[in-house]
Each structure stands twice: as C-alpha cells, then as structure tokens.
Ligand binder design. Sequence first.
Ligand code: FE2
Length: 364
Amino acid sequence: MSQDFLPLNGTDYVELYVGNAKQSALYYQYAFGYELIAYAGPETGIRDRASYVLKQDKIRLVLTSPLHPEGEISEHIQKHGDGVKVLALWVDDAVQSWKETTSKGAISAAEPKTISDEFGKVIVASIKTYGDTIHTFVERKDYNGIFLPGYQPKTSTYTSTPIGLKYIDHCVGNVELGKMNHWVEFYENVMGFKLLITFDDEDISTEYSALMSKVVSNGNGYIKFPINEPAEGKKKSQIEEYLDFYGGPGVQHMAIATDDIIHTVTELRKRGVEFLVVPPSYYDDLLDRVGQIDEDLQPLKDLNILVDRDDEGYLLQIFTKPVQDRPTLFFEIIQRKGAKSFGKGNFKALFEAIEREQGLRGNL
Ligand code: FE2
C-alpha cells in the first residue's frame, strides 16, 4: 500500500467569519452548548479582528469578526454573509503538508509560519480549496496553550451545559454545476483522499430540485468531505439556491456526531434551534424500511429524527434550518450505530422538506 503523503490526525478547528462574533459566540454557547475557552482581539494585541474560540468535546469553533470596514474578513462577510472560512486540519508536520499539497497543485493561501508564545510554538500553513474556503494545517505538538499563540483564555459568565456534541463527522461543500469532479480530483490528487461514495441524480432527485454528490475521505477515514453540485431539475436546485446566496462555492453543512441524538435534539429544540420537518407519514413504515432499532419510535417521531440503514448498521440524523438569514450554512446532528454511510434513504423526504422551505423563501 502506498504511503499516505498527507497524514491527518483530525479536524483541528473550524473558523467562521461572521458579522458579529460577540453575539454569535453567545448563540453557539446558549443554543448548541459550546463553552467559551479563548479570545483574541484588541485586548490581546490583535488590532484588526476579534475571535472567540468555543469548544465542546473534540470540536473547536472559532468565530471571527473584522473591526474595520476594509480588509479580507469584511470582504468575505460582504460577499458570503456568515460562513465557514477555515477547515483546519491537525497534522504532525505542517511544513511537509504544505509542501506536498502545493507541489501537487494546491494554491497556497499562507506559507508555513511559526507562531509562539510562553506556552510553546505552533506551525501553520494554508492552502485554498473551493470558493474562498481554505485548509489550514496546524502542527501543535510543541504547544500546550489554550488554543493558538495570540489567544488568551476567556470564559463566559454564562454557564453553558454541553448537549452531547462530540466531533465533526463530515463537512460538506457545495460547488458550481460541472465542478464536482474537479474538486473530487483535487482531494484525490492534491491531498491523497479516496473516493468513498457517489450519489447521482437518480439517487437524489425530487420533483424539483436535484443534486449530485461524491464523498472523499482521507487515509485513516477521520476526515470526510462530501462535495455537491446542482443537477438539472424542474425548478431551482437547493445547491443553486445556496450558490446564489453564498455568492459562490462554500461549506453547506457540518455534521456533528452525538452518542445520544434524542437527548441532543431535545436540548437543541428547547434552546430554540430550528430543524427541517418531514411529514408524520415518514414514520408510518419506518421500521419496515430500516428494521429493528434500539430507540423507541415515538421520541424519534416527536423530534423529527430520521433513520437509515446500510450493510453495516444504521444511523439517526436530523438537519437544522440555516443558522443565519441567508439560506446557506446549516448543521446536521448524526448518531451512527454501525452505519458508515450518509442517509441516502432519507434524501427524498429530506429534500422535499428543503424544497418546502425554498418555496417559502420564494426561491424554488
Ligand atoms: Fe451530511
């Protein structure tokens, strides 16, 4: 077997550029149960931005807002609204990761640099992926500070209660019509990922909207990136709606793993997070479709949690509505019970639910 030229230990953090990081930070603490752990901004010697670092189990979210009207962060928000800028990957050797990928055709977004403070040093380097999104390689084996040099520990007077979010299961990108294969090849050739699954429009077209999707995964399977492109349908694809409102390709959703989806979704709903709704008839023949499951049907139905089965087991999943006013980024909550797939059996019910929302927005 060939050597993995880009060994990845996992997701290091996900950074969102948002219009008001101070307020977004409280939303993610309150609604999603994240804990505020660190901050960088004028008070810590950073002049152009404020960044809040939130943590729950293995997940780190960074929320960043610009302090001035000009500059890259402001332009990003002007164009895209709130959205994911950085999918950071935890590596043992950031310089090597950057060299391997740029030598294979990746465009550099930032050359390797060492940043340090009294807690040690971190080496970071970045490459571009779809749209204005970047991957930052983070080498932190010589660092034991709270997050990265430049950040200081910060806590909130609000005590958040974790709701069982554990790690990022997968992170999905939407790209333009005809560009899916380009980006699949990017992950294969430049980053050494393998194609895991293909969904064509037969699998996932509904009456109106359609899309194509391929899933790529890295060597150890810790990182999974499905890539979607719109497909021809009767009316506007949900992917086209995203591209219109995001102003181009970007991260569509992040799937967060939980060990107890009933608890997690009960808490999210209590805290005001909105989810896509499938009709009650979805549950009428559910057990015929997926067979025996450990959970009682009623709470799944009450919470609108979806179930799907593959050769290896089953999974439970649910999708939030977009978490900002533009119909762009949303979250998936997923509990895997053996299944390694992505819920193909739910695509039809799910996409019809998305289309109802698109229709309400006048975008179908
Ligand atoms: Fe997903």
